[in-house]
Write a protein that binds this ligand. Structure first.
Ligand code: PAF
Length: 282
């Protein structure tokens, strides 16, 4: 496994692989890797001869009062984990490799509308930061395939939209959410939970599953279902940011006949902002 930090080192390796006709898959991460990231790598491996994992804590997707400074940076541990799953290359760029003109003069990539609600509303500027850095990583790595997790449901839709709209020659693949045994979606931010909060956290997934069951059995009063479920989570100790039933394809409001729904939730539990979702196909 090779670890590179600069564009030149990356280009040299990519050129070598391209000469061999190898396809390249990118798994973009901010490090602090867990089993969820490993599952993205495994899926990437099914689609390409070479797997690149980028590790870059991207400042432009954090709000001013968010956890950019405290975000865990664990490159040595990440390297060991990625070596064990035979990643070909870790790209851990310096800030100036990703943003050569600096943050003030950086070109921004922005996707309208689908970024306005949910995490986009609660975290202004977040998705501009995500699309800007993902576009830059795509330009640097020039992958054939890129794998993103379903846990960040809105993010993967936004990235798909960007890639299609800009005609980027990259297939976007979405990997299922990996969960702890009790259903909690794996996330780097779970480590902010106290022991007591950790015991409450799986309620988030339980509530989603119950909504899924009700939708499957024909319930269609979406607003009522949303407010009942929000109340349950609030009673359990969550500060619910949003809980919403939407069209899976585009996050628009569904009508009664919609047969592909997504239930999205974000809630604060202590210091951790947890997000999760389930897709319900009827
Ligand atoms: O999902 C993440 O970890 C980040 O948003 C991403 C896609 C690596 C961009 O920084």
């Amino acid at each position: 496994m090779i670890v590179v930090h600069t564009k030149q080192e990356l280009d040299e390796q990519l050129l070598d692989w391209r000469r061999n006709g190898d396809h390249v898959a990118l798994v973009a991460t901010m490090g602090n890797l867990h089993q969820g990231h490993v599952s993205l790598v495994e899926l990437a491996r099914e689609h390409a001869e070479r797997v690149v994992v980028s590790v870059f804590v991207n400042p432009t997707q954090f709000g001013e009062d968010e956890d950019f400074e405290d975000y865990p940076r664990t490159l040595e541990k990440d390297k060991r984990r990625l070596k064990a799953v035979a990643v070909d290359l870790i790209f851990a760029p310096h800030l100036e490799t990703v943003y050569p003109f600096g943050l003030e003069d950086a070109t921004t990539v922005s996707v309208p509308r689908i970024t306005e609600n949910f995490c986009g509303a609660s975290r202004p500027g977040h998705f501009d930061g995500v699309t800007t850095v993902v576009a830059r990583l795509f330009a640097l790595v020039q992958p054939d395939i890129a794998v993103f997790g379903q846990k960040d449901y809105q993010q993967q839709l936004v990235i798909r939209h960007m890639s299609l709209d800009l005609n980027l020659p990259i297939s976007i693949i979405t990997a299922e959410t990996v969960r702890e045994d009790d259903g909690l979606a794996m996330s780097s931010r779970n480590q902010y939970l106290s022991a007591e909060e950790r015991s409450i956290a799986p309620r988030l997934h339980e509530v989603l599953v119950k909504i899924g069951d009700q939708l499957q059995s024909g319930r269609r009063n979406f607003a009522e279902l949303e407010s009942e479920s929000t109340e349950k989570l609030t009673a359990a100790g969550f500060d619910v940011d949003y809980l919403s039933i939407r069209r899976a394809q585009n996050l628009q409001l569904p009508d009664r006949d919609c047969d592909e729904l997504v239930v999205l939730v974000a809630a604060q539990l202590g210091a951790a902002r947890l997000i999760d979702n389930i897709v319900v196909t009827i």
